[in-house]
Design a protein around this ligand. Structure first.
Ligand code: PMP
Ligand code: GLN
Length: 412
């Protein structure tokens, strides 16, 4: 039986029945390709790729897909260059370059008060996406259930399905996007093997409070459930401190903390991240990791390790993005879009109901092709495509890019 999957990505181009005849390739050989039974029959191209392509096709300002349109600190490039030219180009240790694991452990101890052992508890990954998939494949068994809080990032569901498990979707509270602990409690069963938590949250820009973390710890106390804590936006928190699960010993003991250097250092295309977890969990994580990617590219790891030695690079990020958020929100205040609260991430959600009653996907397409600003429909982050007349913009862009987008949005 195929476990339920979300419909958050568009159906594959030229979709055919899972057991249908293959197409493509020279006609003479087509018959020789065995039929494929898809492991992910409902997955197509992600909404981020679709909207970026549409933006490019129509010359729209791309505030859809989350990535900066400015470059990283040149000192980071110099550090990677020095590593490459210094001959650091062969396989690093399987778990990652030791200096980088040490920097990650130091940073987490300094910020969250939990000292992970870099030798046994920190693993460098090919971005957060690989860390999430690897954690799920390592810890989750066929038949297990994994709780996912919607709206949720698009990679969680397919990762759970590939593990043979069932995603159990629980909505965050509509309006506030706060965790609804009564509903989470109601979704817990003896088969619940993990809960995926993401704070600061993509797409809503909300952050979990200390009280939320304490309630999660209390709820999971009688269970054997793990927490996969997606903290890729940990350094983009605008009010108060980031509530890492690492701050809460009881949660840290059952959690894999995942983060991404791509977000923190403006290099999303480098695909380097990490997973920090207690030694017993990390040992299982590494068993999968070593046959998934084995290692992550060496010079980037050395370069990031050297750059990270200066903590002001990540400590300065909230102020950097707060200024962009405030600039973008001040511009939005002059439009008919209503900006929702944004406590973290580089995403700003808007309620467009004063402008249009189109469904979200149609509105975002129209906004891209007719107004010239690309956005992502929030419904793409819900397994049931829940509609709220909300679109997500990414403000991780140059001020001039944001200004051009705001100019166009003012015409709405
Ligand atoms: N989780 C969330 C919530 C994200 O927004 C992203 C970025 N697209 C990722 C994971 C993946 O991060 P990476 O690019 O490092 O794989
Ligand atoms: N995390 C990015 C976003 O939410 C997109 C990454 C991707 O395209 N997979 O926009």
């Amino acid at each position: 039986m195929v476990p339920p999957q979300s419909l958050r990505s568009l159906p594959p181009e030229g979709a055919r029945p899972a057991l249908g005849r293959p197409g493509g390739g020279p006609a003479a050989f087509a018959d020789l390709t065995p039929a494929v039974e898809s492991r992910l029959p409902q997955v197509g191209t992600t909404i981020f790729t679709v909207m970026s392509a549409l933006a490019q096709q129509h010359g729209a300002v791309n505030l859809g897909q989350g990535f900066p349109d400015f470059d990283c600190d040149p000192r980071l490039l110099d550090a990677v260059d020095a590593a490459m030219r210094g001959g650091l180009n062969q396989y690093p240790p399987m778990a990652g370059v030791p200096a980088l694991r040490e920097r990650v452990a130091e940073k987490m101890a300094a910020l969250y008060g939990h000292r992970y052992d870099p030798a046994t508890e920190v693993t460098i990954t090919a971005g957060a996406t690989q860390a999430i998939l690897t954690a799920i494949l390592a810890l989750i068994h066929p038949g297990d259930e994994v709780i996912v809080l919607d709206p949720s990032y698009d990679s969680y569901d397919p990762s759970i399905v590939l593990a043979g498990a069932t995603p159990v979707h629980v909505p965050l509270t509509p309006g506030s996007f706060a965790p609804d602990f009564d509903r989470i409690a109601a979704a817990l069963t003896p088969r619940t093997r993990a809960v995926v938590v993401n704070s600061p949250h993509n797409p809503s820009g909300t952050c979990w409070s200390e009280d939320d973390m304490l309630r999660l710890a209390e709820l999971l106390r009688p269970t054997g459930a793990f927490v996969i804590s997606d903290e890729v936006y940990e350094h983009m928190v605008f009010d108060g401190e980031h509530q890492s699960v690492a701050r809460h010993p009881e949660l840290a003991a059952r959690s894999v903390v995942v983060s991404s250097f791509g977000k923190t250092y403006h290099v999303t295309g480098w695909k380097v991240g990490y997973a920090a977890a207690p030694a017993a969990l990390s040992a299982e994580f590494r068993k999968v990791h070593q046959f998934n990617v084995f290692t992550v590219n060496t010079p980037m790891q050395h370069g990031i390790a050297a750059f990270m030695a200066e903590p002001s690079h990540h400590l300065g990020l909230p102020a950097f993005y707060r200024a962009k958020r405030d600039f973008f929100r001040a511009g939005l205040a002059k439009t008919r879009l209503r900006a929702l609260p944004c406590q973290g991430t580089y995403f700003q959600c808007v309620d467009y109901s004063a402008v249009s009653d189109k469904p979200e996907a149609d509105f975002c397409r129209w906004l891209t092709t007719e107004i010239g600003v690309a956005a992502i429909p929030l419904s793409a982050f819900y397994a049931d495509a829940f509609e709220q007349r909300i679109a997500r913009f990414c403000f991780g862009k140059k001020d001039e890019t944001l200004a051009l987008a705001l100019d166009r949005l003012a015409s709405l």
